[in-house]
Structures are given as C-alpha cells and as structure tokens.
Design a protein around this ligand. Structure first.
Ligand code: COI
Length: 356
C-alpha cells in the first residue's frame, strides 16, 4: 500500500514538560516525552497520521483489545552523538519485525515508510528529550491495538498505531540472577512466541513473580514440550561464552528474533569469534556450569542492552559465574555497540540512520 498521499498533521504542545525531568536520575519507563505519533486503520486503510501531545486515550469498555488482546509492540532507541546528531539504531528492522507480529496476530501491516516517517518526525520534534548522559537514550515504543467496539471473537476491523518515546537509563541496574524455568512455558510450538505480542508478556508475569520471590531477577525459558532446550529470557535473548565459543539459541517460532542479539552475533562473526547457534540443551549448560566452563552469560535486548548474568539457578543449585570485569567479549561488544550507536565507532554495518 502506498502512503505517499498521507500527510502528517502537527498539533504541537503549547508548553513542554521537559523542565520537570531530572535527567540525572531517570528510571526506565516512567517519564514520557511531550508528543506521540498516532495513525488509525479503518475501511482497509491507514489514515489521519498526527504528531500531537502525549495524552490519555479513552475507550469504550467493549473495545476489542481489552478483551482478546490483539496488541503488539516494538522497542527501539534513539541516541544523540557528541556533535548533536540524532541517531536511530536499526529502526527499519523493528518496523519489519512489527509487521511479522501484525501478521501473526491477524492485524494489518503498517507500511514501513509510514512507520519510519512517524518515527522520524516524532523523534525530531522531541529531540531535546534524548538524554546525553552515558548509558541513557530515548526509548521508542511503537504499538498497535484493536479498536472495534465489539465483543465477538474475530479480528478487529479498526486499529490504532501509536509511537511514544521516553528518556531511559539502564533497564537492569545490576548483574542478574536468573533461573532456568522447568515448569512453566512462555510459548509453545505453533504459538506466537516469535511475535512481540502483549499476551506473551502477560503470560510470563506469574512464573517471573515466583522466580522473583525466590530471589531471581528473571527466568531463562526452556522449550514447552521437553524443557530440555534453552530459549530466551523474556525481556531479552540469551547468549553464553563457553570455552571461547559464543552460543545462542537460534530464533524460532517460540523465540523472539532479537535485533540486539542479531547485532551481537554479527559483530562477533566480524571479529572472528567462533559462534554456534542453538539448539542449546539445558544439559550442556548444566555440564559447563558444573565444570566452570561458562566464561560469560548475558542477555541482549533493546531495553536490556547487554545485561550481564551473574548467577544461574538450575534444579536448586545456584551457579556463580566469573566476575563481570573478566568478561572480555561481552564487555567489548557492549562498548562497541554503545559507541557505534552514539557515533563514536565507525558504523561499517550500516545500522544507524542519522535523522537531522
Ligand atoms: C525491548 O527490549 O525493547 C523490549 O521490548 C523488552 C521490554 C519487555 C522491556
């Protein structure tokens, strides 16, 4: 579908809320920039693209998304370079993945050019909100919800696509304790685990809460049929460095195809680091943990960036991993990607779009 005829309407805030923000102490996901981008899907087409004030939405109680969960989202980040450039990291990959989620959830795809146009305009308008502090960035949350006022079970015929942004610091503020989950499942074969569907996250909350109560930050999910293979960690993909080889479960129908994970693997390959993609059995990880061969374990995600894992719990035993400062690969790849995103490392992969 062509969107060349769609012109964005601007409805700018009269006053900005930015003065209220303490950029030295930003907690993830609690502060929202002045504007948002909205566009509606109706009668088989996208219409009314608006960049307007970040504001409350109101819905009739029968609105479809509230009952049957047709809701998908993305997460990406914008950075500011020292010279003042606004830099988006792999945003078109997010737009494409968004559409894979849309197809799976029976929602309309949004043309990548419309997604990108709204994103660029929004980030440009709220560019003052991109934090300059090291380790912080402007988190961008595109999402789509079903808006039919109808409680019969069928795909909605109307939708709202929204992008809002928030200045963020680290999602995880300390090295993680994670537990290999052997009872509950995040996703099953033929399900929608690869989609960034809201329900995948809702279903993970209860097992994650049990893990939190037992002293872990997060779970490492395993496959739902046998619980013998490692999948992902819910808020991030997972990677291990074992005897100098980088391992990560391959994206599949049950695992989100993470853009940060993909970037880490592409960088590792370019550095000549040996890489093996899954399947990765729990047994293999357990054996390596017992023998002290797991040199590094970390999560990779947009929000999580590279999140160091300090402890892995399995079958009642907590295995401690080597100190963070000894982890050559994950520290190096973290610094490399952070510098590339901020324009301090050459972008030879072509992952950054400069938008001003
Ligand atoms: C992201 O990394 O952007 C995500 O969507 C994970 C989210 C659950 C915080």
């Amino acid at each position: 579908m062509s969107t060349s005829s769609l012109e964005i309407i601007y409805d700018k805030c009269a006053t900005s809320r930015i003065e209220e923000v303490d950029f030295q102490n930003i907690e993830f996901g609690k502060i929202y920039s002045d504007h948002m981008f909205t566009v509606d899907y109706k009668d088989g087409e996208w219409k009314n693209p608006v960049v307007g004030p970040y504001r409350q939405l109101s819905f009739n109680p029968s609105t479809s998304v509230l009952h049957y969960g047709q809701s998908i989202f993305e997460g990406l980040k914008a950075y500011r370079s020292k010279s003042g450039e606004i830099r988006l990291f792999r945003a078109e990959d997010n737009a494409r993945r968004f559409n894979q989620s849309a197809i799976r959830m029976c929602m309309p795809e949004i043309p990548v050019d419309l997604f990108m146009q709204g994103l660029r305009e929004l980030v440009k308008l709220d560019s003052n909100w991109i934090p300059k502090e090291p380790g912080s960035s402007l988190y961008v949350r595109p999402f789509m919800i079903a808006t039919d006022e109808y409680i019969g079970v069928r795909p909605s015929s109307t939708y709202k696509f929204i992008i809002f942004t928030c200045p963020v610091g680290a999602y995880y503020t300390e090295p993680l304790r994670v537990k290999i989950e052997l009872e509950y499942s995040r996703s099953a074969n033929g399900g929608c685990g690869y989609a960034k569907a809201a329900g995948n996250y809702a279903g993970a909350l209860y097992p994650a809460k049990l893990a939190n109560n037992a002293g872990y930050h997060q779970l490492i999910w395993t496959d739902s049929s046998t619980h013998e293979y490692i999948e992902e960690s819910g808020t991030m993909n997972i990677l291990f460095m074992i005897n100098g080889v980088l391992y990560s479960p391959a994206p599949s129908g049950t695992i989100l195809d993470g853009i940060t994970r993909r970037s880490v693997v592409e960088v590792a390959k370019s550095w000549g680091v040996p890489y093996k993609k899954g399947p990765i059995s729990v047994k293999m990880i357990e054996d390596a943990l017992r023998k002290g061969e797991v040199e590094e374990a970390f999560g990779a995600g947009t929000a999580a960036t590279i999140a160091q894992i300090h402890t892995i719990g399995h079958d009642g035993i907590d295995y401690e991993l080597p100190p963070i400062e000894k982890r050559k690969f994950s520290n190096k790849v973290y610094n490399f990607l952070e510098n590339l995103k901020r324009g301090e490392e050459k972008d030879s992969f072509g992952w950054v779009e400069v938008i001003n």
